[in-house]
Unconditional design. Structure first.
Length: 175
């Protein structure tokens, strides 16, 4: 029995993968808003949830493209495996889904002998930052990903992943 492609939005019936592309774009816009805000500490959990939601939806575009039958699994996997940022995206997605990664894309080799050094999300604070207008100044912080001993700003990484997908889809006449 052949399975049917299910899409809630009928406007994507001829290109169902665009439903996921548009979902990824909406989460990308949420991240752009977070990147320019200096929200209160009480919003940290919400912001982290949005970060993970973007990277999950970004990575899952792969499955939608393959399931839509518009590109081969090998082509999509090659695209992801040839871009470090997309491999970090994959590990963020799968790590947030499964807790432990059995087969990480980043940090597989333990060249230093110091244990696994894969992908982790952190929030960094600038203890010297203060706003002048507020009697209770907000803390200046950044979200960063540590991946294989490298530091990536979350929002710059999201920009890169989004732009890589857009370029890939344009190059394959999918948009």
């Amino acid at each position: 029995m052949k399975s049917e492609i299910m899409s809630w939005a009928g406007k994507f019936s001829d290109k169902p993968y665009l439903e996921q592309f548009e979902r990824m774009k909406r989460w990308y816009e949420v991240l752009k808003e977070i990147s320019i805000s200096n929200g209160p500490e009480s919003q940290a959990d919400y912001q982290v949830d949005c970060i993970y939601a973007f990277f999950m939806n970004c990575f899952h575009l792969k499955d939608w493209l393959i399931s839509s039958g518009v590109i081969s699994k090998n082509e999509v996997n090659s695209f992801i495996n040839n871009n470090k940022e997309m491999k970090i995206c994959r590990d963020l997605c799968n790590g947030s889904k499964h807790l432990n990664l059995n087969n990480p894309s980043i940090g597989r080799d333990d060249k230093c002998g110091c244990g696994w050094h894969g992908v982790t999300l952190h929030r960094e604070y600038d203890p010297f930052y203060q706003t002048r207008e507020s009697p209770k100044p907000l803390k200046k912080f950044n979200y960063v990903i540590l991946a294989d001993f490298e530091r990536f700003n979350v929002f710059s990484l999201a920009d890169k992943c989004f732009n890589l997908w857009e370029e890939f889809m344009n190059d394959n006449s999918l948009l």
